[in-house]
Design a protein around this ligand. Structure first.
Ligand code: URA
Length: 440
């Protein structure tokens, strides 16, 4: 069947069979389909949708478009987590070494930040010398040394996604549940996983802004993951306010180290604990949630997770002493403060606005090819629920130029809302999607 016949079939609302889907993915991988043909089919999928079976076939074909990792003699179940992205979300940096310290093997392939959300790879690269572009043999070596590895999703794993994602970005075809599902799961399945936990964020700082959209995506991810033989669950978590206090690559890395050393903000520690505990249950490293939480807490409080993180940094060529002496991380030449405009309680901090301010300061990129400044970003000195007085510093801005600090100062000041009474506590976890709850 020719590309034009496959495109016409989907355009007319018919389901594609395995041969048609394989031809499309092969066309994306070996460049035998033109950008115009690929983009036309992507738009037809966005408008017409896909059945669960079509999405499963697309996920499988994309997974096998490149190498599928097989970790040599893993020390335990091969586990990973994926987040749909948020502001201040440094959980992956903590979770990978925690799960390794609890007996799992974590070959985490991550991405870079785009827009107002950060990326794990940019955060980790704030460590001087550290490399994230690793060949499969190097990933094996890092896993043997530390039990976890955080590397950038390489061209060898699910290469079809690299071309399709770039085209989707240019053709307004990102927000399609079957396309997002196959894109995320193909990269994760190419890691050769036994278990995966998904953190699907909802709220104004998230990719999926409403809870209904986030739930639809979470259900599709869990359903297709299960159909592909993966032990998988998804948590729906709130992303209305930034997670933790630090937003920006080196600043977030520093906060992740604080959590690994047994401290850090309560929300970061809690979200890491919930997600890691679910993963330990999926990997059968704990019998139940409460036993799993205890294992996670012990790994954080005893320093064993921090040791794994240090070993991972060293094995990836970075300076492992940053874990004891965070002053070795890059520092911005200019720091400015934002102060409270009134007396009262902080009742809201707009995550999207804070993420945008961090990008203006140089911590993020607006185009895939932009460089990021590892030292730039925002530190929240006050969080939701804190009482403040007028003139008290509520945020610190880290940047290079006075002009960028001035622009970010206005945005950050406007992101805070104050009230006379403390706001009610908001739940971090909004729901849990398991294969049974998502089975159709
Ligand atoms: N993240 C991905 O990896 N793929 C998508 O399609 C959307 C978010």
């Amino acid at each position: 069947m020719q590309p034009v016949d496959i495109i016409r079939r989907k355009r007319d609302g018919q389901a594609l069979d395995a041969a048609a889907i394989d031809a499309f993915v092969r066309g994306a991988t070996d460049a035998s389909w033109s950008d115009a043909q690929l983009a036309a089919l992507l738009m037809a999928v966005l408008l017409r949708g896909m059945t669960a079976e079509e999405t499963r076939l697309l996920t499988a074909a994309m997974t096998h478009s490149g190498t599928v990792l097989r970790v040599a003699n893993p020390p335990g179940p091969v586990l990973d987590k994926h987040s749909t992205g948020g502001v201040g979300d440094k959980v992956s940096l903590v979770l990978a070494p925690v799960v390794a310290a609890c007996g799992g093997c974590v070959p985490m392939m991550s991405g870079r930040g785009l827009g107002h959300t950060g990326g794990t790879i940019d955060k980790l690269e704030a460590v001087p010398g550290l490399r994230t572009t690793l060949a499969p043999a190097e990933i094996d070596r890092v896993l043997r040394a530390a039990g976890c590895c955080i590397a950038s999703a390489s061209g060898q794993l699910a290469p079809a996604d690299g071309r399709l994602y770039a085209l989707r970005d240019m053709t307004a075809t990102i927000d399609s549940v079957p396309l997002i599902t196959s894109s995320i799961l193909s990269k994760k399945l190419a890691e050769g996983l036994d278990g995966l936990v998904l953190d699907v964020k909802t709220g104004r700082g998230a990719f999926m802004q409403t809870e209904a959209e986030a739930r639809e995506l979470a259900e599709a991810l869990v359903d297709i993951g299960r159909r592909q033989g993966l032990a998988v669950e998804a948590l729906l978590t709130a992303m209305d306010v930034p997670l933790g206090r630090a937003v920006g690559n080196g600043l977030e890395l520093r906060e992740a180290i604080d959590v690994l050393a047994g401290g850090g903000p309560a929300d970061v520690r809690e979200l890491t604990t919930v997600l890691a505990a679910r993963l330990l249950c999926l990997g059968r490293l704990a019998a139940d949630e409460s036993g799993a939480r205890q294992l996670v807490q012990r790994a954080l409080d005893s320093g064993t997770a921090l040791e794994r993180f240090r070993a991972m940094i060293a094995a990836q060529g970075g300076d492992p002493h940053v874990t004891d002496d965070p002053a070795r991380l890059p520092r911005a030449p200019r720091v400015a403060r934002v102060v409270a405009s009134v007396d009262g309680f902080v009742c809201d901090i707009d995550a999207r606005a804070i993420g945008g301010a961090a990008v203006q300061l140089g911590a993020g990129r607006t185009r895939q090819t932009d460089d990021v400044d590892p030292a730039a970003g925002v530190t929240l000195l006050a969080q939701v629920g804190d009482r403040v007085t007028a003139g008290e510093p509520i945020a610190e801005l880290h940047g290079r130029s006075e002009a960028s600090l001035q622009r970010a100062r206005d945005v950050v000041a406007a992101a805070f809302r104050f009230a006379r009474h403390p706001p009610p506590a908001a739940a971090l976890v909004r729901g849990c999607i398991t294969p049974t709850s998502s089975a159709s």
